[in-house]
Design a protein around this ligand. Structure first.
Ligand code: AMP
Length: 116
């Protein structure tokens, strides 16, 4: 399936709809989840149009992948999550329960989260 340019995160990237911005650079955008599952619930997305983790891994440039990975720590520091810890989740595809078909990582924290 090709990338769907009408998905909600693509529309946020095009500034057609607003977001509660947390962090932005040339490669990534991070914003608060509209239905937070924890006191801190940030969504980190690449600005490149990748539909899932496999697409990102296969087709993103090294610069995009490095920027995305580094942004996790930048956001952790900015939101004071680094000392107490946080959880990264990336839902992928049907079995992963991915709702928005633009690759993203959830950054959750701000309290001790339940274990599996
Ligand atoms: P996923 O199941 O990993 O695809 O999760 C998509 C996430 O996007 C969910 O946690 C939603 O609450 C969140 N979401 C959907 N629309 C928006 C929006 N306009 N702004 C912020 N978060 C959103």
């Amino acid at each position: 399936m090709p990338y769907d340019p009408n998905n909600i995160f693509a529309r946020i990237l095009r500034k057609e709809i607003p977001c509660d911005l947390v962090f932005e650079d040339d490669y990534v955008l991070a914003f608060n989840d509209i239905f937070p599952k924890a006191p801190v619930h940030v969504l980190l997305i690449p600005k490149g149009l990748y539909k899932n983790a496999a697409d990102f891994s296969k087709h993103a440039t090294d610069e995009e992948i490095v920027a995305f990975t580094r942004a996790i720590d930048t956001i952790g520091e900015k939101l004071q999550l680094t000392k107490t810890g946080y959880r990264l989740i990336s839902n992928n595809g049907t079995h992963g329960g991915q709702e928005v078909p633009h690759f993203h990582v959830h950054i959750l924290g701000g309290k001790a989260l339940s274990t599996w």
